[in-house]
Every structure is written in structure tokens, then in C-alpha cells.
Ligand binder design. Structure first.
Ligand SMILES: Cc1cc2nc3c(=O)[nH]c(=O)nc-3n(C[C@H](O)[C@H](O)[C@H](O)COP(=O)(O)O)c2cc1C
Length: 224
């Protein structure tokens, strides 16, 4: 029998079920699903209701491959920078197994991380109008709305900023997609049907996140 949820419970379930999916089947995303995802993005809040987002649907495999290669290169350089500045070693400080740590470092700096987006049947490029004050926040709100709708539809997606971190990659992305001046490439979302269920990534306990009245005094004495 199908489970029934209140609207609040259903909303929380979608929020908690959303996770970054990086492996997809070859099944295409239907036009009905694409329309639902885009409507979710379009309904996002934006400062002064500026709605500075524009979306490009990329299905062409050759273009997806080029975008994925830019993303792979971008992550490789970012993680290499984290390695040479020892941020990565700090992040993995609790991992005792030296072999596993080495493998993780090698994978992260390889230039292959984020290249997975090539395998998603659909790439949704999010662009932002540069002269809008709150554009980074506005576009992020639109992306999260879309990620939640993607989850609700039983699809899986990953938010990929890697090809927009370095200005040179961003310029290549803009050129590839024919984006006009005045717009910035913000991130892409790789979307498809997940191959398997994914585990939830860890979250900071709520009692470490929330303070009472002023910074410092925890609102919750223990994790709830
Ligand atoms: C602003 C932003 C940028 C991200 N960019 C990338 C990316 O370039 N490549 C990638 O593999 N994941 C990217 N992610 C996904 C995060 O790695 C992921 O959200 C995080 O590890 C938590 O896992 P979860 O989404 O499964 O909860 C990005 C997420 C956000 C919010």
C-alpha cells in the first residue's frame, strides 16, 4: 500500500532524499519531467524579483562531453590547489587508512572528478545576468528548487560548479553555448535516472549549528 504523507512530511522527505547523483542509466529525461524541473526553477525567489536566471537544455552528446571535460579539468585544478595548500590533508585528517587516503587524493586531483557529467543524458546549464545584485543567491535558489523537483520526480542530479570556477573555463563554456555578454555561466546540473540508491552524506549535528539569542549559546543542548 502506498504511504501517505502530509504536505510538510512529503516536503521534508524530498529534501532529505535529495543527494548528489553521479551515475545514471541511458534512459532520457522526458519532456514532461523537463517542464516540471524548469517550472520549479522559474518559481524560485529572487532579490527584487529580478529573476536573473536563464537555462540552457543540452542534450547533444558532443556538447555534453565538452562541458564535462571542462568540469573535470576545473575540479582537478581546484583539488590540486587544496592538496598543495594542505587543506585536503586537513579535510581527511580523521581517515587513518593511509592507502585509502592516497587513493582519495589521487582520485580528487586526477581531473576525472566532475567529468562524470558526460554520462548524464541531460545537462541543464544555469546562466545568470551579471548586473543583478543578488544573482549568485537567486540562481542558487533556482538550482535548489530544481534539485528538489528532480528528486520528487524520481530522477537524480548533481550540481556541478567545476567548469565555472576558473574564468578561462567559464569563457570556454560561454563560447561553447553561445552565451551573450552580460551573462555568467553559473553551474550545470547533470540530470538522469539514477543507477542505484545513494547514501546520505554526513551533516553537522543541529546542536552545533544553531545558537540561542546570540552567537555562542547552543539553542539545542544535544542533537535532536
Ligand atoms: C555550490 C555547489 C557546487 C557544487 N559543485 C560540484 C562539482 O563541481 N562537482 C561535484 O561532483 N559536486 C558538486 N557539488 C555537490 C556537492 O559535492 C554535494 O552537494 C555535497 O558533497 C553534499 O552531498 P549531497 O548533495 O549528496 O548531500 C556542488 C554542490 C554545491 C552546493
Amino acid at each position: 500500500m502506498a504511504e501517505t504523507y502530509s504536505l510538510a512530511e512529503a516536503t521534508m522527505k524530498v529534501i532529505q532524499d535529495r543527494r548528489s547523483i553521479r551515475e545514471w542509466t541511458e534512459e532520457p529525461v522526458s519532456e514532461e519531467d523537463i517542464a516540471m524541473i524548469l517550472e520549479a526553477g522559474r518559481q524560485a525567489p529572487s532579490g527584487e524579483n529580478a529573476q536573473p536566471w536563464r537555462f540552457i537544455i543540452v542534450k547533444d552528446p558532443a556538447t555534453r562531453k565538452k562541458l564535462a571535460a571542462l568540469a573535470g579539468g576545473g575540479s582537478g585544478r581546484r583539488f590540486t590547489a587544496e592538496y598543495v595548500t594542505h587543506q585536503m590533508q586537513e579535510r581527511f585528517a580523521t581517515l587513518q587508512d593511509e592507502a585509502k587516503k592516497k587513493a582519495a587524493f589521487e582520485k580528487l586531483t586526477s581531473g576525472q572528478v566532475s567529468a562524470f557529467s558526460e554520462n548524464a543524458p541531460l545537462t541543464l546549464m544555469v546562466c545568470g545576468k551579471k548586473d543583478v545584485w543578488d544573482m549568485p543567491y537567486d540562481t542558487s535558489a533556482a538550482i535548489e528548487n530544481m534539485l528538489l523537483m528532480i528528486t520528487a520526480l524520481g530522477l537524480g542530479a548533481c550540481w556541478v560548479i567545476a567548469l565555472c570556477i576558473d574564468i578561462r573555463d567559464e569563457e570556454r563554456t560561454k563560447e561553447l553555448l553561445g552565451m551573450p555578454e552580460g551573462f555568467k555561466a553559473i553551474s550545470l546540473i547533470s540530470i538522469g535516472h539514477p543507477t542505484r540508491p545513494h547514501r546520505q552524506r554526513p551533516r553537522i549535528p543541529i546542536n552545533q549549528l544553531v545558537f540561542s539569542e546570540k552567537w555562542g549559546e547552543p539553542y539545542y543542548k544535544e542533537n535532536v
